[in-house]
Design a protein around this ligand. Structure first.
Ligand code: ACO
Ligand code: LMR
Length: 264
């Protein structure tokens, strides 16, 4: 009989062996002919299923809203400095991407984890926030450097308004809003930020779409798929910043002495 050579890689999301590549079993021609968008491609390659239109639309809105936030944020700053050091596109891009983490853009998974755990355990916002404080952990998804109660993040409002209209349930989002109401009673900058909005709303998407088992939702949250949305989105902006600096022929960046406190 046939002897099967042992394989070193197992792959389940795409296949390039036929006449055309397939994403999650869907041939490229169907993807193009049926007018699939980036949200559909993410559904197939990340979530391994076709999601309803409101879900793929939501994913696309997340990507568009997080594509850029100006030159002053950590990621863009690193990218700009790297591009001005004469480095290539990939180096400039990854230099910016490397800043994405628990403080900047990469709090989505933790926001989803902590909001889900608190909601599922019926903790009041007070109990949740105060228990985090006791543990010395900042609430992921809460707080912003420039956004305030009187200068809310428009991106958060847009995501929430889309979800209120299209999602069957927004229970996690409402919980996150209640947490925000409590944190805002403590300090004016403790708004629900875009990471927290996406984290809580993705919980609603996963739970409300009927497309995922409870076990699959737990796995998605445990592995941490959701920061991928910010990484993917912000790559668009970081690539733009690289081109911008090159187009403007900007010289090597050196930070001004006056802006450094030299001390012993
Ligand atoms: N939970 C609880 N308390 C907080 C939080 C939070 N998430 N954020 C700030 N505070 C409180 C703390 O008391 C803090 O004092 P501490 O330094 O003694 O802990 C005080 O507010 C002031 O905090 P700052 O450090 O001045 O706030 P800053 O403006 O530097 O931080 C940041 C902004 C980094 C976003 C912060 O709020 C935070 O860590 N949030 C959680 C992580 C997060 O959600 N990041 C994503 C931001 S959105 C984005 O990047 C796209
Ligand atoms: C962003 O999207 O980069 C921001 O929310 C972070 C910031 O400081 O503006």
């Amino acid at each position: 009989g046939k002897v099967r050579a042992p394989t070193h890689i197992i792959s389940t999301i795409s296949d390039d062996r036929g006449e055309e590549p397939c994403y999650g079993g869907v041939p490229m021609s169907s993807i193009v002919e049926q007018g699939y968008g980036v949200g559909d491609v993410i559904s197939l390659l990340w979530f391994k299923r076709s999601l309803p239109r409101y879900c793929t639309h939501f994913i696309e809105i997340c990507i568009m809203l997080c594509a850029d936030h100006g030159p002053c944020v950590s990621g863009a700053h690193n990218t700009i400095v790297t591009a001005r050091a004469g480095k290539d596109l990939v180096s400039s891009l990854v230099s910016g991407l490397l800043t994405i983490g628990p403080r900047f853009g990469g709090a989505i998974d933790d926001a989803a984890r902590y909001f889900k755990d608190a909601y599922d355990r019926n903790l009041t916002p007070y109990e949740f926030v105060e228990s985090m404080k006791k543990k010395g952990i900042r609430v992921p998804g809460i707080g912003h450097r420039i956004k305030r109660a009187d200068n809310r993040d428009k991106r958060v409002e847009l995501l929430q308004s889309f979800a209120r209209t299209h999602f069957p349930s927004v229970k996690y989002m409402e919980y996150a809003e209640q947490v925000e109401t409590y944190t805002l009673s403590k300090a004016n900058n403790l708004v629900l930020n875009v990471d927290g909005a996406i984290g809580s709303l993705f919980l609603d998407l996963l739970a409300g779409s009927g497309m995922f088992t409870k076990q699959e939702i737990d796995e998605i949250i445990e592995i941490g798929y959701l920061n991928g949305l910010f990484v993917l989105a912000r790559s668009i902006g970081l690539i733009g910043h690289t081109f911008d600096q090159k187009r403007l022929k900007q010289p090597l960046y050196r930070h001004p002495w006056e802006d450094v406190l030299y001390t012993k």
